[in-house]
Design a protein. Structure first.
Length: 577
């Protein structure tokens, strides 16, 4: 006996399932084994970034099947589809990294197009690697459907000589090896054990940072970000996410009911107190852009400035995502933030309850080991801070988690490189001096194109024991695994004629993460004269294809490096067509 059909009067899927004129469409659904009941239920897109590119994504297919069980239990019809990822650990240190940030837009665009083309009513999105998390959440906000995000989970830490190791250790080992401090065999041993399972990089790098964001902002179920990818218990979170999206659909709670200015501020708090990736300074403004909310790099950094840092995670600290999960995860972090009045409690979440109501259910307390008490933090300001000055009028960002105050100030002469490869070669051959500020330009969103991460270079510096003896600035990005005085997102970028384009070897640069300064010892008149003599942006080899298209469209890093006008310009909401 068929149950009463769903009233699809206000659902997108009515365009493909209801009425005599949709008989041809229904014939396709019958071809895929759907029956009348399933055809006339809400259609839920189950979007994954599954692929065989890297361990970050390899378990997403299994978890998607569990999501589909949850959707079915909630009387929905799941429709699974996949999109791309570019995995930074594989793309790092070569031309492939230009595809990384552009892939965030491709993910958001392809999920949007799939949802629109097939008229799905809601979405559960699963993602594992750095750009796929914000890309998936951006699509949810852009479409403004009932939405639940779920992280694929982190990798288990490797073990070597009685210590946890991660891929960060392997990147840094390259520098040690090059410096003659590690043998070929020791490097081979490390690379074989550092990544022992499925899952994304285990420290508080970009993937885990954005996974924490997904919970803090309310798009993911509480504690769903924590369990490592190999744990079969992740399937329970997946089933619950499928059930949760059906609840949101019934209550008509949409992504922009969840993603508000206040929830973005909550998310930035969690990034700051965990010493999260500087990439959050790029992704949070991009997510805000999709909702039509003014929340740029300056706003993110303002929150970072007055948020205590109290969660001891790699790369600045000692522990990995698995340890955070065992200590209670994001819910315990938010409980600590609430004690200091730093959480907006009224924000809606994917459970249908507010953040405050969810925190009320948290019984665990900070363990004092992974999660410190907010009253006794590791430092009184966030693990990531913003800088501004005549070298970066649009701002810049640096991770200071784990850095002593004496190492948060640096003044030295510039050594300028026109791209990352030139800088990496100079580091490999030790063609730089202690006390210098290494400048890598032409790596911004448009100028790169693609705003590459500089982990190969920064890890090599750390491996050579020079991570605290030089500073590095770039209009590109840094990996969440980067440590040392490394300033990214310098804006305007060189391709747009920003001051970083005008620097010469020997210019004296001052960086001060305590006061928030990034300046060059040049007068306004000297900078103006150099700008007048500037010959324009450096040519790239990307004169066609996806990266050319990206370079033509992409905006400033300050506003998230977005490629379209955002919600402020939209003239319709997908769900209401």
């Amino acid at each position: 006996m068929l149950k009463k059909p769903t009233d699809k009067t206000n659902m997108p899927s009515r365009h493909v399932t209801e009425g005599p004129s949709r008989a041809p469409h229904r014939s396709y659904f019958y071809a895929m084994g759907l029956g009348d009941e399933e055809i006339h239920q809400p259609f839920v897109g189950v979007a994954t970034c599954w692929n065989e590119a890297a361990p970050c994504n390899i378990s997403l297919n299994r978890q998607a099947q569990a999501v589909k069980l949850g959707v079915k239990q909630g009387n929905g019809t799941p429709r699974e589809f996949t999109t791309i990822t570019v995995t930074d650990g594989i793309a790092m240190g070569h031309e492939g990294m230009r595809s990384s940030l552009a892939s965030r837009e491709a993910i958001a665009d392809t999920v949007e197009l799939t949802m629109r083309g097939h008229c799905y009513d809601a979405i559960v999105g699963l993602a594992g690697c750095d750009k796929s998390l914000p890309g998936m959440m951006m699509a949810m906000i852009r479409l403004n459907t009932p939405s639940v995000f779920i992280y694929g989970g982190s990798i288990l830490p490797g073990r070597l000589n009685g210590k946890d190791v991660t891929v960060q250790d392997v990147f840094e080992a390259v520098g040690e090896h090059q410096a003659g401090n590690m043998s070929d065999e020791a490097l081979r041993t490390l690379e074989r054990v550092a990544c022992p399972s499925a899952g994304a990089c285990g420290g508080q790098f970009t993937a885990n940072t954005m996974a924490c964001v997904s919970e803090a902002i309310g798009l993911a179920l509480p504690n769903s970000a924590g369990a490592p990818a190999p744990y079969e218990s992740r399937d329970h979170y997946s089933i619950a996410s499928g059930q949760a999206v059906m609840n949101l659909l019934e209550k008509n709670i949409r992504a922009r009911d969840i993603v508000t200015l206040e929830s973005l501020q909550n998310a930035a708090r969690v990034v700051a107190c965990t010493g999260g990736s500087t990439n959050a300074g790029l992704h949070l403004p991009a997510m805000a852009h999709e909702a039509g909310i003014d929340f740029d790099l300056d706003d993110v950094c303002e929150i970072f400035r007055d948020t205590p840092y109290f969660v001891d995670l790699k790369p600045g600290g000692q522990y990995v995502a698995k340890d955070l999960y065992e200590a209670g995860g994001v819910p315990v972090i938010m409980k600590e933030l609430r004690k200091a009045g730093l959480i907006h409690e009224d924000c809606m979440t994917a459970t249908g309850y507010s953040i405050g109501e969810e925190i009320d259910r948290v019984e665990l307390e900070a363990d004092g080991k992974v999660i410190y008490s907010i009253g006794e933090p590791l430092s009184k300001t966030g693990g990531v801070v913003g800088l501004k000055g005549n070298l970066a009028p649009e701002g810049a960002i640096v991770k200071v988690a784990g850095m002593s105050s004496q190492h948060q100030m640096f003044t030295g002469p510039a050594r300028v490189f026109e791209c990352e490869e030139d800088a990496f070669d100079a580091v490999q051959t030790r063609e730089y001096e202690e006390g210098e500020v290494l400048v890598i330009r032409n790596e911004g969103p448009a100028g790169g194109p693609g705003m590459r991460e500089m982990l190969a270079t920064t890890a090599a510096l750390s491996g050579q024991g020079m991570g605290k003896k030089v500073a590095l600035i770039t209009d590109g990005r840094f990996s969440g695994a980067t440590r040392g005085f490394c300033v990214g997102h310098v804006g305007p970028e060189a391709a747009h004629g920003g001051p970083i384009a005008l620097l010469k070897n020997g210019d004296v640069i001052t960086l001060n993460a305590i006061s928030g300064e990034i300046s060059v010892d040049l007068t306004d008149d000297e900078l103006a004269e150099r700008k007048a003599n500037w010959k324009g942006p450096r040519d790239t080899i990307y004169a066609s294809g996806a990266l050319w298209k990206y370079s033509q469209l992409v905006g400033s890093a300050k506003f998230g490096a977005c490629t379209h006008p955002g919600a402020k310009a939209e003239q319709h909401i997908y769900m209401d067509l």
